[in-house]
Design a protein around this ligand. Structure first.
Ligand code: ATP
Length: 302
């Protein structure tokens, strides 16, 4: 039986008139890297805040390591490493001070690992936190999240505002962390090439709802783009319930689907159409197709 690190059921969160989470159910299995993707305002940070017990479920439930993070912060937070979207750090400290200050909260703090990260991230121990660049702040935040070797590492937009070299540093660190057996990483991002490179499992969050949650390999395998030549010109691609997105005009159409090859061939035969090619898709293409299909629900079927 697979053990789950995080189990969320029917979670709803309303901020005044805004529905940030609209009945979210999600499980994050133990081990590996889980990418949470979604556009601006999709609800990613709100979901993460519930996981950390910073927000209490208005309805539905959240369990981390099988525990309620609001009722049992001691049992959960000590085992979680967290990099916030805003990189909150005590501005009056120096880097070496914030490292030793943070270490006091975690019995499992690994000073050798902390020092290695400090050196890998090229952070000056005497530097003042308030004078750090955005990238240096992110690296410091990441060091503090990683150095107690948490069972569950949560990174909210870890690459936000970082240059590509630093991004590689951060990804390298994530990968090193998960390489340690049994550790789990949940990270939110809208940099889909990065998610595709590093995640084992993804969930797409759109307008407060989970549109898809699946192992990365399966997501990439299931979705494909089919290039069609139709027997006659059409203004609209024939709807038949298996297309997520159809683009084109006349007789030439390009469609995205997650249907099986058998289902595609069956539908193609019924249309009297010709398949020109079937191609794999990047995660970015899949994300766009999924989101567009939901935004124009009913037009293409799903
Ligand atoms: P981004 O990628 O832009 O950071 P996100 O996916 O993390 O977005 P959230 O920050 O969770 O999205 O926000 C989801 C929705 O809830 C948005 O419409 C946001 O404006 C709203 N929201 C979040 N926090 C609050 C709050 N404290 N008060 C009011 N509205 C909020």
């Amino acid at each position: 039986m697979t053990e789950n690190i995080l189990e969320i059921q029917s979670l709803r969160r309303q901020f005044g008139e805004t529905t940030a989470l609209d009945g979210v159910s999600l499980t994050v299995p133990k081990g590996g890297v889980f990418g949470l993707i979604g556009g601006n305002g999709a609800g990613k940070t709100t979901l993460i805040k519930h996981t950390l017990g910073l927000l209490k479920a208005q309805s539905g439930s959240v369990r981390v390591f099988g525990l309620d993070p609001v009722a049992d912060p001691v049992g959960t937070l000590g085992r979680i490493g967290y990099l916030s979207e805003n990189r909150e750090l005590s501005d009056w400290m120096r880097i070496h001070q914030i490292i030793s200050y943070t270490s006091a909260f975690y019995p499992n703090w690994d000073p050798v690992y902390a020092e290695r990260l400090r050196s890998d991230f090229d952070l000056d121990p005497m530097a003042n936190i308030h004078s750090l660049s955005r990238g240096q702040r992110a690296r410091t935040g990441l060091l503090l999240a990683l150095a107690h070797r948490p069972d569950f590492l949560i990174l909210d937009e870890p690459s936000s505002g970082l240059d590509p070299v630093v991004r590689r540093d951060i990804l390298g660190a994530i990968i090193r962390t998960i390489a340690d057996e049994g550790r789990t990483v949940l990270f939110s991002s809208h940099l889909l090439d990065e998610v595709e490179r590093v995640a084992d499992h993804i969930a797409i969050l759109h307008q407060g709802r989970i549109q898809l949650s699946s192992p990365m390999e399966k997501v990439l395998l299931d979705h494909k783009r089919v290039q069609y030549r139709l027997p006659a010109e059409v203004d609209r691609f024939p709807a038949n319930g298996i297309w997520l997105l159809a683009e084109g005009f006349g007789r030439d159409w390009s469609v995205v689907t997650a249907a099986s090859t058998e289902a595609i061939h069956e539908v193609t035969k019924a249309m009297g159409a010709l398949i020109q090619s079937i191609e794999p898709l990047s995660l970015e293409d899949i994300f766009v197709a999924r989101i567009t299909a939901k935004s124009s629900a009913g037009e293409t079927g799903s």
